[in-house]
Structure formats: C-alpha cells, structure tokens
Design a protein around this ligand. Structure first.
Ligand code: ADP
Length: 447
C-alpha cells in the first residue's frame, strides 16, 4: 500500500471517529435533556424547551410590569420613599421625597445622601440601618419650607437602604401649641392653688378648737388641693418632656443607692398602710449613666403605686441587679394586680385601669407615662408583669455606663431637667418633676 492510501485511510478513520464522537455526544446531550426535562423523546424535549422559553419570557414580562407598577405605586404615596445604594448615593426617590426636601423633581438621583438631604444626620441614620437593620431619626429640612421630616431607614435584603420620610411639621406645630397651652394653663393654676393651699393650712390651724365636722372639711380641702397640685405638676412635666426641649443631667448613678433612698422616703407612707418595704440588692452593681433625680422619681412613682394599689398589710420588694449590660430595677407588690389586657396600656398618658376599681385612690394616670419617657430617654425599657388579683411587678432597665465617662454634662434629650422652674414650685416642698413627691404623698392621698 502506498503512503497516500495509508494517509487516506488514517484521515478517513479520524473523520469517522470525529463523526462518531459528535453523534455520541449528541446522543448523550439528548439523553441528559430527556432526563432533566422528563421528556420521552426528542420531539418531547423540543416541546418542553419551547414551553420553558415561553414561561421565561412571561416571567420577564411580569417582572417588568411589577417593577413599573411598584414605581407607579411609590409615586402615588404621600410618604417620601428614597433608596440609597451601599455607597449612600441616591438610587431612586419618589416625587413626595423631592417635595418634602424642597428639591427639583429628579434632581436627587445620583447625589450623595448628604447632598440630597443637606443634613449630616442622614448619613448616621443610613449607616445605623446598614449595621443594625433599622434606624429612625428626625431632620429639619434646610429649604424655604423648613419642614420637619421623620426618617425610617431599613436595610434592604438585596443591597442598600430604603428610607421612608414623613412630613410631621404640622404635628410638631400642634404639639408645640398643646405644650404651650398646658404650660400656660399650669402656670396660671399655680398661683391660686398655692393660695388655696396656704389658706387651708391656716384655716386648719385656726380651726383646732372648731367642730370635728369643720376640721374634717378643711382637711378634705387640703387633700384635694394636694391632688390638684400633683396633677398640675405632672401635666407640666409631661408637656415639657414630650416637647423634647428639656435636658437630662447625666452622671454616673448607683441604682442601689437610689433604690435604698427611695424606699426610705416612702417607708412611712407604706407603714401607715401596714405595708413593709424591703430592699433586695447585691453588694454592688455597675453604675449607669443617667439623671439621678429623674431615676429616683421613677422609683418614687412605682413605689407609690405599689403602696396605693396594695391592700393593707404585706410586703413590697424593691430589687436591683445587673442584667446583660443593663442594670435592672423592680418593684414587686402584693396588690390588686393589672388585668392582662391593660398591661401594655397603663404606660399611656391618662390611662387608668377601671376607674371604679381604684376609687378613692386618687391619681392622674400620668405617673407611668412620665416614668416611661424618663426610662426611654435613658436608652432603657420599662414594663410590668402582673396577674389580676395576685400582685404586680414593675421593672425597668438602664444601660450600664461605658467604662470611662467624664464629668457630669447636660445633653439635649427628651427629659426635663428637674431643676427647671416649671417643676417643684407648687405648694409642696417635695413636689418634683416626674410626678408624685414622697413628701406630698401621705397628705395627698385620701384613700
Ligand atoms: P395613677 O396616677 O392613676 O397612679 P399611673 O400612670 O401611675 O397613674 O398608673 C396608671 C394606672 O395603672 C393606675 O391608675 C392603675 O390602674 C394601674 N397601676 C399602676 N401601678 C399599679 C400597681 N402597682 N398595681 C395595680 N395597678 C397599677
């Protein structure tokens, strides 16, 4: 055989092998396609592939429509919706967001959050949301509108952050008007109240030899004036706290000392009702960073309630302990308890459980609401655990102070500085900002 014939045969063999390989690979591909799609033959494979392609096309169309539709929906919203990328540039913003921030429509997209909002706080809020999942804040827009805008930031599960903006300018304006009104009213009420209080005191002295009936009436005037005084103080306090214009005087506070001092202040009041106050504390707990007067006033409120809502006799327990980065304080009483349905609501202002139940026990329904404001402005939490008829435990936590804190300082928070003239000036020597005063307690409680 000559060389050409051999080469020809080799070439032919290669070609045949190649064709065979292609055929086998096609066969394998077909087999795999049949296996994956569950088809029975090549025609069935083709039919199924076509169907899958059609479905993919439908899905793409639906996704496109949904995207258009949600874009349309965000434009219908009156809340501002802004989406920030991970680098804190604006990816999208709806019309309401542009209006709220006083920007020309479309001008926010592509800008940094700082440029778009002209307020450094927005970066803090967005970064906090990225880190912790969510964050809230309030900004004042620096445009002609000067709007006050709340920002709720949520980390997107995909990337970046969603911001929901609400214009609360009108709400804040009305809150300011309400606070001013209560402030004025309380101040106007103070003068006549102080006069009535002094007159009743003098009358009580002058009436030492008068009939028991007259003495009883004068004493009732004193008691009711005490109630009114307390109510005026609490109203004033709450309005100051809620307006957010007040301050906390921060320092390192030992809550064991506060608990002991408060228990001491209310001991006499409790004993008159045959109740014992016991303090259950370890040798020491870490200090918290807070306003000692304010925290003391919260405990006065809780202990005062514990006495007020307990039957004569029995034990009230005040406890303090460390609890995962916080210091926890609680007041347990053997009293009438709070029905389950009311537990969450008793911290609302003016909320009282079934007024008939507590008839004769006075009170404004403001004490717990003030206590909640104070504790929350310390970054803490307050709640109650109770079974109706078998006592209650009121608890709060305050974060421990960071290791090296400096000298006492004032911070603008949501809580009034207890030394403000607005508080403590009505009649009673011990009437204080956060409500019930230990000194005023016995005299002001008819029950
Ligand atoms: P008040 O001035 O009426 O005591 P608070 O805000 O302090 O106002 O309390 C709100 C309501 O919560 C009370 O009126 C009472 O119904 C309920 N409450 C508070 N503390 C206790 C307690 N220790 N035991 C039972 N009920 C309580």
């Amino acid at each position: 055989m000559d060389t050409v014939a051999i080469l020809f045969i080799v070439l032919l063999a290669i070609l045949l092998g190649w064709a065979l390989a292609i055929a086998m690979s096609r066969g394998r591909t077909m087999e795999r396609l049949e296996e994956v799609t569950g088809a029975v033959d090549a025609d069935d494979v083709e039919r199924r592939v076509r169907m899958a392609l059609e479905q993919a096309e439908d899905a793409r169309w639906v996704a496109e429509q949904t995207s258009h539709d949600s874009g349309y929906l965000t434009e219908l919203l009156t809340s501002g919706i802004v989406r920030l990328r991970d680098d804190l540039t604006v990816e999208s913003a709806n019309g309401a967001a542009h209006v709220m921030l006083g920007r020309r429509l479309g001008s926010m997209v592509g800008r940094s959050a700082l440029e778009a909002f002209i307020d450094v706080r927005i970066e803090g809020i967005a970064r906090a949301a990225m880190e912790f999942g969510s964050a809230n804040g309030e900004l004042t827009v620096r445009s002609s509108s000067g709007a006050t805008v709340t920002v709720r930031a949520r980390r997107s599960p995909v990337s970046g952050v969603w911001l929901v903006l609400e214009d609360v300018s009108e709400l804040r304006r009305l809150q300011r008007i309400r606070a001013e009104f209560i402030d004025n009213l309380s101040h106007e009420l103070r003068t006549p109240l102080t006069t009535i209080s002094l007159l009743a005191e003098t009358a009580a002295r002058d009436a030492e030899s008068a009939s028991p009936r007259l003495r009883d009436r004068i004493s009732k005037i004193e008691v009711e004036t005490g109630h009114l005084t307390q109510m005026v103080n609490e109203l004033l306090d709450l309005s100051l706290i809620e307006s957010g214009t007040s301050q906390l005087l921060l320092d390192e506070v030992d809550l064991i000392r506060v608990a002991r001092a408060t228990a001491e202040r209310l001991r006499l009041f409790a004993e008159r009702q045959g109740l014992r106050i016991d303090v259950e504390v370890p040798d020491r707990v870490s200090p918290v960073r807070g306003d000692e007067d304010r925290l003391g006033q919260v405990l006065v409120n809780l202990l005062h309630n514990a006495v007020k809502f307990s039957p004569d006799g029995g034990q009230i327990l005040v406890g303090v302990r460390e609890d995962e980065g916080n210091v926890r304080v609680w007041v347990r009483d053997p009293g009438i308890g709070v029905p389950r349905a009311d537990l969450a609501r008793i911290f609302e202002r003016f909320y009282k459980v079934d007024r008939a139940r507590v008839r004769g026990r006075g009170g404004t329904g403001l004490g717990l609401s003030i206590a909640r404001h104070v504790i929350e402005s310390h970054g803490g939490r307050i709640w109650a655990e109770s079974e109706e008829g078998s006592g209650s435990t009121f608890l709060f936590t305050v974060p421990m102070a960071p290791p090296a804190t400096g000298a006492p300082q004032a911070t603008s928070g949501a809580v009034v500085n207890g030394s403000q003239p607005a508080s403590g000036a009505v009649g009673e020597s011990g009437a204080t900002a956060a409500g019930k005063s230990a000194d005023a307690v016995p005299g002001s409680d008819p029950g």
